[in-house]
Design a protein around this ligand. Structure first.
Ligand SMILES: Cc1cc2nc3c(=O)[nH]c(=O)nc-3n(C[C@H](O)[C@H](O)[C@H](O)COP(=O)(O)OP(=O)(O)OC[C@H]3O[C@@H](n4cnc5c(N)ncnc54)[C@H](O)[C@@H]3O)c2cc1C
Ligand code: FES
Length: 274
């Protein structure tokens, strides 16, 4: 990061991949390598429009260019989705705390994603793949609204080409071509679909707040310890460095102390799912 934490580094948009109707993956080359860890985020500036926080979705071992998977929801993301390769951008970061991978060593790792929430989890998966021997097994349980809303569809359906991975997908609403699971993501967390041992595992959850809430309740019900459930708390952010208070979460600033929190640290705070 630059010595002035508010000063973004110039970056160029190199490529854009349409993932779904409203989600695209942007390949961005920063002026200097950007070294980040899975779970950390960046503040991405669209010049003349504004800045918004996003989590890189690419492998943390690649720092020359990063991928960011972004859903179109408002002012900044609308403009981003209209950009073509060659456009100027700027990046601050990396910001926040990463997933504490050393705590996952020797454990089964259950990754639970909803919608575009699979983006930060994709960077985590790449990090896990690099050291596969250190983890007992990796499970992915992913939910999207419809089959057309599944991000990284080819890779997800192929279990990232790794036979040791156990991947189950569900959609809220099936279409004519879908013969897989239908229902919200908690349905595929049921013991008959899960097959992992909550006593020997950690669970990592990212998705819309309502999905995170019900997934967390289900994981607790299954026997996961609160300290072994890791959540990405994507609160409204501005400075990204613990100065402005926008992302206050009880005694924490989600930008500086998070966005990754184990559930035991935040479970007694008010309105964590808002
Ligand atoms: C740490 C962190 C990491 C994030 N990583 C990603 C990521 O990898 N990919 C990604 O797509 N988004 C990510 N987000 C969310 C992203 O920052 C927001 O979607 C973005 O700031 C919206 O900016 P905007 O100017 O386009 O929307 P605004 O104009 O600010 O908002 C427009 C409307 O959209 C709503 N809105 C804002 N965010 C969301 C959302 N996430 N989902 C649904 N509605 C929303 C607002 O409440 C508002 O009503 C992350 C957020 C945080 C805090
Ligand atoms: S965004 Fe400013 S304190 Fe977190």
């Amino acid at each position: 990061m630059s010595c002035n934490p508010y000063m973004p580094m110039p970056a160029k948009l190199e490529n854009v991949v349409q993932e779904t109707a409203n989600i695209k993956t942007f390949l961005v080359r920063p002026e200097k390598p950007l070294v980040f860890k899975a779970g950390q985020f960046i503040a991405l500036t669209v010049p003349g429009i504004g800045e918004a926080p996003f989590t890189p979705s690419s492998s943390p071992s690649i720092s020359e260019k990063i991928e960011i998977t972004i859903m179109r929801v408002g002012r900044v993301t609308e403009k981003l989705h209209a950009l073509k390769p060659g456009a100027d951008l700027a990046i601050r970061g990396p910001l926040g705390q990463p997933y504490p991978l050393e705590k996952y060593h020797g454990q089964e790792v259950l990754i639970v994603g909803g919608g575009v929430g699979l983006a930060p989890l994709r960077a985590l998966l790449f990090a896990l793949f690099e050291d596969m021997g250190k983890y007992k097994k990796i499970f992915v349980r992913y939910g999207a609204k419809t089959p057309a809303d599944i991000v990284y569809r080819q890779a997800v359906e192929a279990g990232w080409g790794r036979k040791e991975m156990d991947v189950v997908i569900t959609v809220d609403k099936r279409d004519a071509g879908w013969s897989g699971n239908e229902g919200v993501v908690t349905k595929i967390l049921a013991p008959d679909k899960l097959k992992c041992n909550p006593k020997e595992g950690v669970a990592v959850v990212c998705g819309p707040p309502i999905m995170m809430k019900f997934a967390t309740l289900e994981l607790l019900h299954l026997g996961f310890a609160p300290e072994n459930i890791y959540l990405s708390m994507e609160k409204n952010m501005s400075c990204g460095i613990g100065k402005c208070g926008h992302c206050r979460l009880g005694p924490f600033y989600a930008c500086k102390d998070g966005p990754v929190f184990s559930f035991d640290r935040i479970k007694n705070l008010q309105k964590i799912w808002d």
